[in-house]
Ligand binder design. Sequence first.
Ligand SMILES: C[S@@+](CC[C@H](N)C(=O)[O-])C[C@H]1O[C@@H](n2cnc3c(N)ncnc32)[C@H](O)[C@@H]1O
Length: 204
Amino acid sequence: MSKPDLEPCFNWRGRYEEDHTPWDLGGEHPGLAEWVRENPGAGRSALVPGCGRGHDPLMLSESGWRVDALDLVDLAGERLGGDFTKNGSRFLVTNVLDFDPHGPEGLGTYDLIFEHTIFCAISHDQRPLFARNMERCLKPGGVLISLLFPTNKPTEEGGPPFRATPAELTAELGDSFELLEDEPWTPTSGRRRWEERRLIFRRR
Ligand SMILES: C[S@@+](CC[C@H](N)C(=O)[O-])C[C@H]1O[C@@H](n2cnc3c(N)ncnc32)[C@H](O)[C@@H]1O
């Protein structure tokens, strides 16, 4: 069997070197913050793949979640210093497509996965790999929250961000995931030209 292609479709490092990261909201996503107010971590574990500058994982860690925040680029995760790591949370420079929760860097499966503009940041070809790895990383009964974007971008405009619809994400995740919520989300930033939705899944 040929090895899966794990190469990124974009020069993410270049964006951090140029300090040009237009996806960055400058703080945690309000759709995550709202959910976390009702669901404090109390020591439970969360995975944030493609964490970027780290606003979402930092808020989760401050709310009692022990977080593993992953990014390909070591220059990302700049906010993930002592306040973040004091409860055991970690910033790991690794590829989310083959991160092994049971491997040398892993601490076992997670109670929560937060997907925020990582599904739209990988190529369409890599989506099955992403979905199968999220299935591997999440505990049965665990929750995957997606702030899905850009749901109405025409496919022919390409990406990243690549068009990502609720139907596409649901189909990729497959029968191991039960869709609990699919709601429109008010655009979080004037720079986001396309629509966002919040989807919540439970791992069967
Ligand atoms: C569009 S940015 C989103 C960052 C963050 N989630 C946010 O919303 O601010 C995508 C991030 O995913 C990272 N990334 C892209 N492909 C990745 C992969 N295969 N594994 C890990 N990180 C990846 C990039 O370096 C970048 O930081």
